[in-house]
Design a protein around this ligand. Sequence first.
Ligand code: ZN
Length: 497
Amino acid sequence: MSAALDDLKQRLAEVYDLEKAAAIAGWDQRTMMPPQGAAARSEVSATLSGIAHERFVADDVGRLLDELAPLEAELDFDSDEASLIRVTRRDWEKARRVPPELAADWAREGGRAHVAWLEAREANDFSVFRPALQRVHDVALRWAELMEPGDSPYDAFLDEYEPGMKTAEVKAVFDVLRPELTAIVREAGEPADDSFLEGDFPLERQQEFLEGVLRAFGFEDGTYRLDPTVHPFATTFSRSDIRMTTRYKPTNLRALWAGMHEAGHGLTYQGTGPELARSPLYGNASLGLGESQSRTWENLVGRSLPFWRGRLPELQRLFPQLESIDLDAWYRGINRVAPGLIRVDSDEVTYSLHIILRFELEQELVAGSLSLDDLPEAWNAKMKELLGVDVPDDARGVLQDVHWTRAAYGYFPTYALGNVLSVQIWRAVEEELPDLDAQLEAGEFEPLYRSLRDRIYRHGRKFTPRETLERAIGATEIDPQPYLAYLRSKVAGLQPA
Ligand code: ZN
């Protein structure tokens, strides 16, 4: 089509390869590497990421993008070629704003803060973390000043994960959720019994069950792995090499949902159009959209009544102690609503409240209206206000998440946006697939996967989150109402008969 375009594609493919080599080093670190390998591995990762970054921000890439501007103007906006040029330009201009010294400072201070955070958790004392947090926080604010000025200082952070989205948009959604979610928690009343999820659950049987679920979800043979880890994640090196992880414990069944969550991420990677391979267009349009799909397969499928109507007998065959649990008790237990201290253990209703808390605190930290000294107290006060719980100590409070060790502000809100988007998208799929419930019960996930793939996954990173949503379901705004209606009806259905 054009020599400049071929040249650009070739350069971007090399950058992709380098980034994926770094990703393989990262996957290995979190699944297989012996702990003593950490120091050597961080050198490997830093070198590979550094070379990838250097190649990407090169002047030559900018020259090629300039050269390609007239071609881009002639091409259809939705074409792969126009999208490649457009997205690369946006990524390139952002990456060029960050001097290598600042990127190095951020990586170094983030690493130090991570070490301090581990110590602080051990000591159960925020003040051990605070000085290192201050340093990485200051680097992050320096970085934000180099970004395009937004309407709010928080916009720069948000844009890293939700390209083009403004703080005000997120705030508008969360302002609707905040009072409604607290009301739904109240409606939920006494938490259901879920004690049957604890007990003796041999790992091989958990694995067997989960592998069966993944095959049924539609993963193609020979294209993926599911491995144990400490903090579950999913990554991908190509659409035919997808790595998912979960955290198995022989004493409970929670790995099943962590596994289905990561499988949702994995399906978005598998469903990306093959023509986007080895380019910056491979992946998700945003963290929120990616998370909407992990939540879809974890919750809308994996905590639904039809899914378990079909699959509970198999689970009971693997774990005979569950034979006395009937479907209704099982469904109530796995959907138990109970305000708690820890985000990653929280249920579908309270989860987003944990996120709103972090979003509100982060904005104040970025704006400078809240000092790090006052952070634990502010955290505890908001936990009381939003979830009605008293925080007994820092480890179960302000120190529970790893995200702030990198001062990764703007990351948390994407989790709640994912919850909201998952149901908004699901409504459109339900209209398209009137037999969806029967299919979930029968273990036929192909129609669901195909619908989501065609609506969302195949586009990869071609469009902004908003543009992707428009192509997926014809909406341009994030609408919290379907999510709230879903939760209300679910909570109503959980009441014992
Ligand atoms: Zn996720």
